[in-house]
Design a protein around this ligand. Structure first.
Ligand SMILES: [Fe+2]
Ligand SMILES: [Fe+2]
Length: 290
């Protein structure tokens, strides 16, 4: 049985995204906003929690752990909710340390989708923005933070040293297992990501939830939106096939909307509601299965 603080080292899962944003700041704002340069404060007590978060993530995300979670959650027999009820459910996730200043989960989703809509992208991409973090409900099923959020990476083969805090993989038992500790491990060169198991979290879960409802580029956006070791560092080109490279153009298109659309002013939901109700009805089943 794990200690309680091993389950949830962060005051909220949003702290992980704040850290990603510090690592990969918005190129559009970084030049004009000098204060951003001093933003990365290593004395920040939050930094210690992020470090601990990655220590746990990198220690426990093994090949067997991932296969176990896939078995546990991809049967979708836990719960059924209409889409709008699912957003309310997701919104129970709040930042204990910071309940007033942070936007809730739904606001982040709506800001992402609205930014995509403003730029004139297809409606299925707008819906992808709205749904992309629905998988975070895993936290509400009692899953530890490090098995819900965090940069994702392939398991079953060598961990790249381009992954943030890669030194913590020294604690992962897979590095001593010769089935998993070579460059390709259980995979073959350029076998395609469809054959690759990613570390378990909200990306894979929401992809599996949506896979019969949205077009393929949307599914790539959902499934790989936290795969920073690939989209920022190109650390796993040796596993991608040509089709993945084609589809990653969509992942790259989506990513800035996820990272850089946060705005302290919440969108006017009452005005937007009819559009989104019609959009959800166009693509999604009445009830989502969890
Ligand atoms: Fe996400
Ligand atoms: Fe997000």
């Amino acid at each position: 049985m794990q200690e309680q603080n091993e389950l949830n080292p962060l005051s909220s899962i949003d702290v992980w995204e704040e850290d990603v944003l510090e690592r990969y700041p918005d190129p559009a704002t970084v030049a004009k906003d000098k204060s951003k340069e001093e933003f990365r404060n290593y004395e920040d007590p939050k930094r210690a929690t992020v470090r601990e978060f990655y220590r746990l993530n990198h220690t426990y995300q093994t090949y067997d752990f991932v296969l176990g979670k896939e078995k546990q959650f991809l049967s979708f027999d836990k719960k059924q909710m209409p889409v709008w009820e699912a957003f309310q459910f997701l919104n129970q996730l709040v930042d204990d340390s910071d309940p007033d200043t942070d936007l809730d989960q739904f606001q982040h989703l709506l800001q992402t989708s609205e930014a995509i809509r403003r730029d004139g992208h297809p409606d299925w991409m707008v819906l992808t923005g709205l749904m992309h973090d629905m998988g975070k409900v895993l936290c509400l099923f009692g899953e530890p933070q490090w098995a819900v959020v965090g940069d994702t990476f392939p398991v079953g083969c060598a961990f790249s040293d381009k992954i943030v805090y890669s030194e913590f993989f020294a604690n992962n038992p897979d590095i001593h297992d010769e089935r998993y500790n070579t460059k390709y491990g259980v995979y073959t060169p350029n076998c395609g990501l469809k054959n690759v198991h990613m570390s378990w979290g909200h990306d894979e879960y929401v992809y599996q939830m949506m896979k019969n409802s949205l077009p393929e580029p949307a599914l790539y956006m959902l499934r790989y939106h936290s795969f920073y070791p690939q989209h920022r560092e190109k650390a796993y080109n040796h596993l991608l096939d040509e089709h993945d490279h084609e589809m990653f153009k969509w992942v790259d298109l989506f990513n800035p909307y996820d990272l850089y659309s946060k705005n302290p002013v919440p969108p006017n939901w009452n005005e937007l509601r009819p559009y989104y109700e019609a959009l959800v009805e166009k693509y999604l089943p009445g009830t989502l299965r969890f």
